[in-house]
Design a protein around this ligand. Structure first.
Ligand SMILES: Cc1ncc(COP(=O)(O)O)c(C=O)c1O
Length: 399
């Protein structure tokens, strides 16, 4: 097409839009294109009108994202999935798709990721939503809140950030459905390797794919696994609001996902050993890890997570410590990085009061149970003895 034209025209068009190949690439390429062409404009018209499947514009869908969405739906054993530019974009879209709007009520777990808490405590109430916070481990109280408030939806986490509470999701889902409420579960900490919310009736399974699914700390993203019908609602929302995951990020995430089960196995084995070691250390007063017999929902966790894995996330309280001692401890760590994320191959530590839960007031944090001596640890896949040695040395430094 560009042959015989001016160099200005040839530079723009040469080499593009070659014939359809007769081979299949083994791994999904990055479809780094915004628009898609069809021989016949009728096809474009049909796709815009939702009368046939296809791609028209990357905010509406992109083949690299579709590959990731299919993989996520398969892992979570859901019908369909939609990817987002971040976990928070996915959380926000799930609330909208669940029908949360002005005049409606919403139930949220107290103990959720800080930005999710802020959406529920500030953003949505400002838009006229009545939000009720609950302790998800108190099923009696929760049942009363459901019947008193008749919410449109409830949002909670499989393993909560940062206190590692484990709610009885199958029972909570039944209670919610009895009053017609949709259930949104953020499965970021558990991943489908531990627990598959959709199999327990949950309506929207949300992920920050930035964490375990991507797994390497190099790509931000989010996803929702749900029914085909709910995906159509979410698709209409993303077409209007954007917040899409770029195809390059989708490709990186798909690449990370392939080793999710292998990585999770190592995260979980390491975390169990680290949690047991921390529990026996004189400088540690409390360890929150669902795999420990001392965890208040240990029996429930054993039932919900049949593989016998309890995740890679631990939080613990340092004895006689406040912000200053915790900072000295975190700075003394050499292998474990004080980075504001989790679920990477690297071991990472974080001070929730400073970062993930900073937007909460001191009173809100106290109410949730996030104390000033609480440290969160994302146990990586390094050799576990090296992780423990690092912790031991840093704890010695503050003793
Ligand atoms: C449980 C949980 N959900 C959602 C998010 C938000 O994810 P993102 O940073 O990808 O927006 C986080 C972030 O730490 C998280 O821990």
């Amino acid at each position: 097409m560009a042959k015989g034209k001016s160099i200005f025209t040839r530079a723009v068009h040469a080499g593009e839009r070659g014939p359809q190949p007769d081979f299949k690439p083994v791994s999904t390429p990055i479809y780094s294109t915004v628009g898609f062409l069809y021989e016949d404009l009728e096809d474009l018209d049909a796709i815009f009108g939702n009368n046939r499947e296809g791609y028209v514009y990357t905010r509406y869908g992109n083949p690299t994202n579709t590959a990731l969405e299919e993989a996520l739906a398969t892992l979570e054993e859901g019908e369909a999935a939609l990817t987002f530019g971040s976990g928070m974009a996915a959380v926000h879209a799930s609330l909208l798709a669940a029908g949360v709007k002005a005049g409606a009520s919403l139930i949220s777990a107290y103990d959720v990721y800080g930005a999710t808490y802020s959406i529920c405590a500030r953003l949505f109430p400002d838009l006229g939503v009545q939000v009720h916070f609950v302790d998800v481990t108190n099923l009696e109280g929760l049942a009363k809140t459901f019947s008193a408030t008749k919410p449109k939806a409830m949002i909670l986490e499989t393993i909560s950030n940062p206190l590692m509470k484990v709610p009885d999701i199958p029972t909570i889902t039944k209670l919610a459905h009895q009053v017609g409420a949709k259930v949104i579960v953020d499965n970021t900490f558990a991943t489908p390797v531990l627990f598959q919310p959709i199999k327990h009736g949950v309506d929207f399974c949300v992920h920050s794919t930035t964490k375990y699914i991507g797994g390497h700390g190099d790509v931000l993203g989010g996803a929702i696994v749900t029914s085909k019908a709910n995906r159509s609602i979410l698709h209409e929302i993303i077409k209007m609001t954007g917040g899409n995951l770029g195809p390059t990020e989708a490709w990186l995430t798909l690449r990370g996902l392939k080793t999710l089960p292998l990585r999770m196995r190592q995260h979980c084995l390491n975390a169990m050993e680290v949690a047991q070691w921390l529990e026996g250390h004189p400088r540690i007063v409390r360890v929150n890890y669902p795999g420990l017999a001392s965890h208040p929902q240990h029996e429930l966790a054993k039932r919900l997570f049949p593989r016998g894995f309890f995740g890679g996330m631990i939080s613990f309280e340092v004895k006689d410590a406040g912000k200053e001692e915790v900072f000295r401890f975190m700075e003394a760590l050499e292998l474990i990085l004080p980075a504001t994320t989790l679920g990477d191959v690297y071991s990472l530590t974080l001070y929730p009061a400073m970062s993930s839960h900073r937007a909460l007031s001191a009173q809100e944090r106290a109410k949730v149970g996030i104390s000033n001596n609480l440290v969160r640890l994302s146990v990586g896949i390094e050799e576990v003895s090296d992780i423990i040695e690092d912790l031991e040395r840093a704890l010695e430094k503050i003793s």
